[in-house]
Ligand binder design. Sequence first.
Ligand SMILES: Cc1cc2nc3c(=O)[nH]c(=O)nc-3n(C[C@H](O)[C@H](O)[C@H](O)COP(=O)(O)OP(=O)(O)OC[C@H]3O[C@@H](n4cnc5c(N)ncnc54)[C@H](O)[C@@H]3O)c2cc1C
Length: 446
Amino acid sequence: MSPSTEASKLPHSILIVGGGVFGLSTALALSRRHTGTITLIEAAPTIPNPHGSSVDSSRILRADYANPAYSRLANSALTQWRSTPWGHDGRHHQNGLVLVSSTATGHEYMRRSYENVKRLNPDAVQELPSAADIRRVVPGYGVGSHVNGGYVNWDSAWGNAEAGVRYAKKKLDEMGRVRFLVGQVERLLIDEAEGSKVTGVRLSDGQTLSADLVVLATGAWTGKLIDLRGRAEATGHSLAYIRLTDEEQRKLNDIPTLLDFSTGMFIIPPRNNELKIGRHAYGYRNPTIINHPTAPGKIEVSLPSNDAPLPLEGQKAARAALRGMLPALGERPFTKTRICWYTDTPEGDFIISFHPEIKSLFIATGGSGHGYKFLPVLGEKIVDAMQGQLDADLAALWKWAEKPLTRADGSVATVWTEDGSRSGVKGMVLAEELAKGDGINVSSRL
Ligand SMILES: Cc1cc2nc3c(=O)[nH]c(=O)nc-3n(C[C@H](O)[C@H](O)[C@H](O)COP(=O)(O)OP(=O)(O)OC[C@H]3O[C@@H](n4cnc5c(N)ncnc54)[C@H](O)[C@@H]3O)c2cc1C
């Protein structure tokens, strides 16, 4: 059966693996649209999973994208965050977003993003052609000498991501259509007699679960279950946090989010006297050799490492950003640091598609560092894709690429996202960066 034939009707029993943004949003849409059974299995004992990419104190909610298809979809998500209970209780703060850059690729992304959001709401978007304009919008912001312009979008927002995931789970519990299980899926059960068809999954404790359709929404861990080489990679991205006084919290409470595309560094307004400094760049790979369940023999895949400290390189970058962006807080010690895992694809596009070779297997991943904001709307698009009804522009962006990314010699290439929004050093390996220096307990000395 071809994917499109398979797609037209949802099969009776659907098993979603993964309880992050992609899995929960799919479960919400299926709860509304599917009459058969829906099961969601999550490896972590709780949803929200504190190690999942979807869970953090804050995420940027923006329609500021160079690609108009993402701008439009994000705008529909923002409407949900802004004007429905999705946005209540800290899940949506409309503080605005200031984008700045000095590199050519950053500028190009910014220019196209500006045009897209200007079309969506001209009154909310203002060009900031000089450093003085940027300072006027964010008082106290130390605009680096490299920054020579940007814009502010007052429609953009941020939200507490842990609260967003908790709310999605609560909605699902209230709807009562999904059976939730805790368990680690170790491998897919594939019936070769039926020409490579998934019939269920096997868990690490040996139990098996059967389903007519398995949806992998396993984020940065997906490469462990299916071969994603040349299509998606787990990359680690740095986060550092500092404590603020009540007075500092009050002053910074409503500043716009700052994102500098030339360094990737961003600062989201603090909450509960905690300020986060993040980096949206190429990130660190974590190559791991595994016995792969669907590829022959041992292969190398980049996988998340939950407990790795932030390398010195990442701590130094966060320190430099703090000194540059908020000089008054430049020397404040970090109270904690963290690496959060993206599922990066070559052009930052999600992978939302039936697997072309393994029947009854649907893939919903590839968040590429920008999936959270879509939580209220993404599942509808994922189920549209299952039913062969996805809008043509999104279907083209989210399809399973015919060929993996390759090098000039034809071998499968390492994926580093090139969507114009990434900057900094490309090619960093987590273990190599950690080996360069003490990544632990140095934050207060930086
Ligand atoms: C540092 C950082 C900053 C970000 N900033 C933003 C932002 O500002 N705005 C924005 O929109 N997006 C942002 N994102 C991206 C966004 O958070 C992600 O795209 C999105 O959360 C990915 O969701 P997911 O469901 O794919 O992954 P996850 O939330 O990681 O969910 C996958 C789940 O699958 C489970 N799982 C994996 N393997 C198995 C298995 N074998 N068996 C059972 N369960 C399994 C995991 O335990 C996990 O809970 C950011 C991401 C990071 C890391």
